[in-house]
Design a protein around this ligand. Structure first.
Ligand code: DOR
Ligand code: ZN
Length: 344
């Protein structure tokens, strides 16, 4: 059987949740990734060093001793976030980064930032200490078409921000458009982007394929095919500004299949396999390791992982549903057979 062995990858953007969902979902991330940047959009959000420490303990206990996995914690920025608190958390090695959600942009973002430039004092401090800012890059306005919200965010918010804070490390998360690829490519080496497994495979038509498809709905929403193609090009380009971040975001099947279905795609069970499939289709399997395992640590200034993982090229039937007694989730690639499987 054909195999592919790469340095163990990291996930630079994941939702591990809390409580029963954390217990259920975290193992899927830990079985393939050595580290992950953990999103802070819990209820209530993770805004203090203490809350992050406790959440990190809950993650470690959910994963148990079976996997060696390091959760990298993030601070959720609010209008009145305390700059000293986040700086202390960074200096103590608890916070790896801050996460900026424009208020009401997505799941559990109601406590997010209402006016980004009200936080200039915080960005100043982060810039001074080298703390990365991770951005959900969408404007929130009923007047802006949902398919334009990322593009408008770049023009109105991100471009001025990176001009005014030229040394601030910024990750534009889960990019979905050609405009974002162009913006990040042209920006300084302080500016990078993550790309999800799903945005490399779906476009906006997949949400309406023979009917409404809630399991293809996430935020930022998938765009036109030409944008997906631009993301695929960026991912396989070997440009170190673009690296892996799944944005795996588990929601119960009944919460997605509802009259107001939640945004989020649970890709963790097949994440590295899905990326491998895409890179193979692009004739660029040789570029997977750098994208998945090198460019992220390089940007964050962290060491590369020493361990490896092996993927086997074999028919891998992805289940329709992943469930236990309390939780049932439709994973990304549900019901499909993909080419790659993580070796046990
Ligand atoms: O699709 C998404 N789901 N996008 C986000 O930004 C948040 C996430 C979630 O937490 O479910
Ligand atoms: Zn996310």
């Amino acid at each position: 059987m054909e195999t592919l062995t790469i340095r163990r990858p990291d996930d630079w953007h994941v939702h591990l949740r809390d409580g029963a969902m954390l217990e259920f979902a975290a193992r899927y991330t830990a079985q393939q990734f050595a580290r992950a940047i953990v999103m802070p959009n819990l209820v209530p959000p993770v805004t203090t060093v203490d809350a992050a420490r406790h959440y990190r303990d809950r993650i470690r206990s959910a994963i148990g001793a079976h996997h060696s996995f390091t959760p990298l914690m993030t601070a959720y920025l609010t209008d009145d976030i305390d700059a000293d608190e986040i700086a202390t958390g960074f200096e103590e090695g608890v916070f790896a980064a801050c996460k900026l959600y424009p208020a009401n942009a997505t799941t559990n973002s109601a406590a997010g930032v209402t006016d980004v430039r009200k936080l200039d004092r915080v960005f100043d401090r982060m810039q001074a200490i080298g703390m990365p800012l991770l951005i959900h890059g969408e404007v929130v306005s009923p007047d802006i078409d949902i398919f334009d919200r990322e593009h408008v965010f770049i023009d109105t918010t991100l471009a001025p921000l990176v001009t005014d804070f030229p040394d601030l490390k910024v990750v534009l998360e889960h990019i979905t458009t050609e405009d974002s690829v162009e913006f990040v490519s042209a920006a300084s080496d302080k500016v990078a982007a993550t790309i999800t497994a799903h945005h490399l495979r779906i476009d906006r038509n997949d949400m309406f394929d023979g009917g409404m498809r809630p399991h293809a709905y996430c935020l930022p929403v998938a765009k036109r095919r030409k944008h997906r193609e631009a993301l695929r090009k960026a991912a396989v380009s070997g440009n170190a500004k673009f690296f892996l971040g799944t944005d795996s975001a588990p929601h119960q099947k009944h919460d997605k299949e509802s009259d107001c279905g939640c945004a989020g795609i649970f890709s963790a069970p097949v994440a590295i396999e899905s990326y491998a499939q895409t890179f193979e289709e692009e004739g660029a399997l040789d570029k997977l390791e750098a994208f998945a395992s090198e460019f992220g640590p390089h940007f964050y200034g962290l060491p590369l992982n020493d361990e490896t993982i092996t993927l086997e090229r074999t028919g891998h039937a992805v289940p329709d549903l992943i469930e236990d007694a309390e939780i049932a989730i439709v994973p990304f690639h549900a019901g499909e057979t993909i080419n790659w499987r993580l070796a046990p």
